[in-house]
Design a protein around this ligand. Structure first.
Ligand code: C5P
Length: 433
């Protein structure tokens, strides 16, 4: 299945072999940080030096005077920015390629979409980075890091992703069990703090007690130690709660079936580790998530602290912003000033609380720039391509946008918010009609 990708990966290895140093730029989310860690580990094992930076996106270009630039988890949708780079470039991404890259020097482009694999659901950037790493040497232990990116980007365990996981399982790096993909901890904390699924128990202790009583599970038990029978009861309870909350039908399938434990990593529960890395990225402490993915224990306690403060902050923000949501004809949206974050909030609203329409979260930052996160869910995505909506609406108002069918984003100026929202609504109505 990876033949075409491997051809491009081998081309990338040839380019790499001309150099002793690589400048890596990667995205700041879990898929980006894990991609960076996979590439960095593979380079270190080859004795090659690197410098890595974590970017929020490519809309502002890349600054580098180095001879070899590796871009991960971003670039395929920004051909003009990539074309500007005056260096050998290895681009490893899973975003939908747009336009034409006019590279100045040697160039390799490892992207599942160019190899007949759907990069939105079937292969993450971490997976594409893993394929590259495999061409550099025996790096099969990094399959567990690839899995973190797959989980972090909410991809499906199918296609290329499933193949990478199979390899990790066969080599003993990944342990697969039946059950729910939830974070670690006492059941009570897991249900209160989980953001995916979001269960709306954060400040509802009594409801939580009732729920635990109904499913007959002691809230002080550790989630990772539940019996199959207990976990089944928990899954049923969660499924009912989500449907009552307004989530879409079949939502439970997004986080149930197989769950994974990572034998070589500092945190064994894959979802927990992915959430810690996510929090480090969202809280602009990328090096902590990166260090943990490089298996450096020194960063672990800070990672847990960051995760805890991040999820608590997001839960408080969700409660506070719920009242401020506005409704267009075909979208819901929220305009915040100096808000905590856009993506995690838009994900919760669009998947768990208001699953009938796509959700657009806009955050006006102090410099007058606006960060936009657009999210939908599996049901809506059957008809709607949010990446296309974000790209087109942002360009109409002089901004930039793109991403994936279910999770996309844009950067625009504050004065264009009204026009942008109107255009997003119009485009969504056309696609959803
Ligand atoms: O920032 P956020 O998590 O909302 O981004 C969602 C997706 O949209 C990411 O895959 C990101 O790369 C993409 N995006 C983009 N162009 C932008 C902003 C976000 O392609 N200007």
């Amino acid at each position: 299945m990876f033949e075409l990708l491997k051809v491009e990966a081998r081309k990338a290895v040839k380019i790499l072999e001309k150099h002793e140093f690589a400048r890596i730029f990667t995205h700041y989310d879990v898929d980006g940080i894990t991609s960076g860690a996979i590439i960095a580990s593979a380079l270190l094992r080859k004795g090659m030096a690197f410098h890595i930076s974590f970017l929020r996106g490519l809309n502002e270009g890349v600054e580098s005077s180095d001879e070899l630039v590796i871009l991960a988890d971003m670039g395929s949708g920004y051909p003009d920015v990539v074309s500007e780079i005056d260096a050998d470039v290895i681009l490893i991404d899973h975003h939908t390629p747009t336009g034409r890259i006019e590279h100045k020097r040697d160039f390799a482009h490892i992207n599942p979409h160019l190899a007949g694999i759907d990069g939105s659901f079937e292969l993450s950037a971490s997976g594409a980075s893993y394929i590259f790493a495999e061409e550099l040497g025996d790096n099969s232990d990094l399959s567990s890091i690839a899995l973190l990116g797959i989980i972090g980007d909410k991809q499906k365990i199918v296609g290329g992703n499933a193949e990478i996981i199979r390899k990790g399982v066969n080599r003993g790096y990944i342990e697969e069990r039946e059950g729910l993909r939830l974070i670690s901890g006492k059941i009570r904390d897991v249900l209160r703090l989980s953001l995916d699924p979001y269960l709306d128990f954060y400040s509802k202790e009594e409801e939580l007690d009732d729920f635990l009583e109904k499913v007959r599970i002691d809230g002080e038990r550790e989630f990772d130690e539940l019996s199959r029978d207990e976990e089944r009861r928990l899954a049923n309870g969660i499924a009912i709660r989500l449907i009552e909350m307004g989530s879409y039908h079949g939502v439970i399938e997004d986080f149930s079936g197989k769950k994974f434990y990572l034998r070589e990593e500092l945190v064994k529960n894959c979802v927990m580790l992915s959430e810690i890395v996510n929090a480090s990225g969202r809280k602009a402490s990328h090096s902590i998530g990166f260090g943990i993915c490089m298996r450096d224990e020194a960063y672990l306690s800070q990672g847990y602290e960051l995760w805890r403060s991040f999820v608590e902050e997001i839960h408080r923000e969700i409660s506070r912003r719920r009242e401020e949501i506005e409704e267009g004809e075909c979208i819901r949206y929220l305009v915040m000033e100096d808000g905590v974050s856009t993506g995690p909030i838009a994900s919760v609203f669009s998947r768990y609380l208001f699953a009938d329409k796509p959700f657009i979260a806009l955050n006006i930052k102090k410099d007058g720039k606006v960060k936009v996160s657009a999210r939908s869910n599996r049901k809506i995505a059957e008809k709607l391509d949010l990446a296309e909506v974000m790209r087109s609406a942002a360009e109409k108002v002089g901004g930039r946008g793109g991403g994936h069918v279910v999770a996309a984003g844009a950067n625009i100026d504050a004065e264009s918010i009204d026009e942008f929202i109107k255009e997003v609504d119009r485009l969504c109505c056309i696609q959803l009609a």
